[in-house]
Design a protein around this ligand. Structure first.
Ligand SMILES: Nc1nc2c(ncn2[C@@H]2O[C@H](COP(=O)(O)OP(=O)(O)OP(=O)(O)O)[C@@H](O)[C@H]2O)c(=O)[nH]1
Ligand SMILES: [Mg+2]
Length: 411
């Protein structure tokens, strides 16, 4: 029996309506509260939660005080929290308008929760914020007004813009981490000082104009800035408080996801340049490892062809790591059905090309220099890889955008 069955009696006693399907449970207010209808509203506030019951009890009244007398709805999207979030929401729903969406088996984390909340929202303006009280609810009207008064298309609560303050005292590592993360987002976040902020507002029509939303991990704000292609981004200084209760869910795993997310955003924003740069990075690393392996092999063999063949095989190990990441994170975009079979053929092809080139040079040149053999053999292998991946496996990412599966009409 899960929490939902256990809570049914309690929920019905206080007059809440339940709607259930295989994917989610929606708890919405009835009685003197507003039921979800198709009627549009001025504002929808979407709050993703994961074990934030203690924070919600404080946040909801403060948010209500800040937003009154606006016509707004509050949507809490909870990913099956194991604290008593549903009970706290049920309690709060007696005094405040509130819709709780519980996702039973979420796989797409914070970003997916926000998108699910937006899909259920009826407001003309959408406001997204965290539940842990780090985002001051009193600043919500300011963000909304930027959109309502058409001073911008995307309003962000910022920790770093002039006038912002913070209770958090970050150590050197966290500051460096945040600085690098912001720097990596700079090419598409422009002048924005806090593109990682999860406190933002935008018009519903702006959201609907977003192209190919495919968020990963935590940075839904950054995804939206990119995919809506908003030009008028306005930062509102906030006082960034300390988490009131509970624990941060920002893990190291999430930080790696951020890198994967960035990689996708680079592909989106720079469809030609991004794959080329990634190819260069992967190839550069393969060459670097290959060079080490080449000279190491020469310690016990003076056959340059053998050393080059071993070195290229080691370089393929690096390519393999990049390809694993590629298949995992870009599966939705891969045109071919069996990328791993393609990878094996391509690898064999390039390895054979490099080995044959080295053998040829070693046989034909009287005093072949090791470095010459290495460079020419690796060059041959790299060219074969480029051609085979581009033409045969159609691993073209941004190179030929019209072939990207995500952009074909059926998607
Ligand atoms: N629905 C849902 N909400 C989540 C998930 N992960 C985090 N959240 C919520 O997203 C908000 C931000 O999460 P935090 O853990 O505070 O992360 P953060 O603010 O980026 O990091 P800190 O600065 O360390 O607090 C909070 O309201 C969380 O409850 C998730 O997987 N699903
Ligand atoms: Mg937080």
């Amino acid at each position: 029996m899960d929490w939902f069955d256990r809570k049914t009696c309690e929920i019905s006693r206080i007059g809440l309506q339940l709607a259930d399907d295989s994917k989610q449970v929606t708890l919405s207010t009835t009685g003197n509260m507003t039921q979800p209808t198709t009627e549009s509203l001025d504002l929808s506030v979407i709050i993703p939660t994961l074990n934030e019951a203690d924070n919600l009890a404080l946040l909801v009244p403060r948010l209500h005080a800040a937003l009154s007398p606006r016509r707004y709805e509050l949507i809490i999207v909870d990913d099956n929290s194991q604290d008593n979030t549903p009970a706290v929401c049920a309690e709060l729903a007696q005094s405040y308008q509130l819709r709780l969406i519980v996702r039973r088996q979420p796989k797409d984390g914070l970003s997916g929760a926000v998108m699910e909340g937006i899909a259920a929202a009826r407001g003309e303006v959408l406001l997204v914020m965290d539940a842990d009280l780090q985002h001051p609810p009193e600043k919500a009207p300011e963000l909304v007004e930027v959109i309502e008064n058409n001073r911008g298309d995307f309003a962000l609560g910022s920790r770093h813009v002039a006038g912002a303050t913070s209770d958090e005292h970050w150590g050197l590592f966290r500051r460096l981490n945040s600085w690098v993360a912001t720097l990596l987002a700079r090419p598409f976040a422009g002048h924005i000082t806090d593109p990682m902020s999860g406190f933002f507002a935008l018009r519903r029509s702006t959201y609907q104009g977003a192209k190919r939303l495919l968020p990963l991990g935590y940075k839904i704000g950054l995804e939206l800035i990119c995919k809506t292609e908003c030009q008028r981004l306005v930062e509102v200084p906030i006082h960034f408080g300390l988490r009131h209760a509970g624990h941060s869910k920002l893990t190291v795993k999430q930080q790696f996801k951020y890198l994967e997310h960035l990689s996708r955003l680079y592909d989106f924003c720079f469809p030609r340049l991004s794959p080329i740069i990634k190819f260069i990075i992967a190839t550069g690393m393969a060459w670097f490892v290959g060079l080490g392996a080449f000279f190491f092999s020469l310690l016990w063999t003076d056959d340059l062809a053998v050393a080059a063949a071993i070195a290229y095989a080691c370089g393929l190990g690096i390519t393999l790591i990049f390809f694993m990441r590629y298949v995992r994170t870009q599966r939705a975009f891969i045109v071919r059905k069996h990328p791993w079979i393609d990878f094996v053929f391509t690898s064999l092809g390039e390895w054979a090309g490099a080995a044959l080139t080295a053998t040829y040079l070693d046989q034909r040149l009287d005093h072949a220099r090791p470095l010459e053999v290495f460079v020419l053999a690796f060059l041959a292998g790299t060219m074969i890889r480029y051609v085979m991946r581009k033409e045969f496996s159609q691993d073209i990412r941004g190179l030929r955008r019209q072939k990207r599966r995500e952009e074909t009409p059926e998607n």
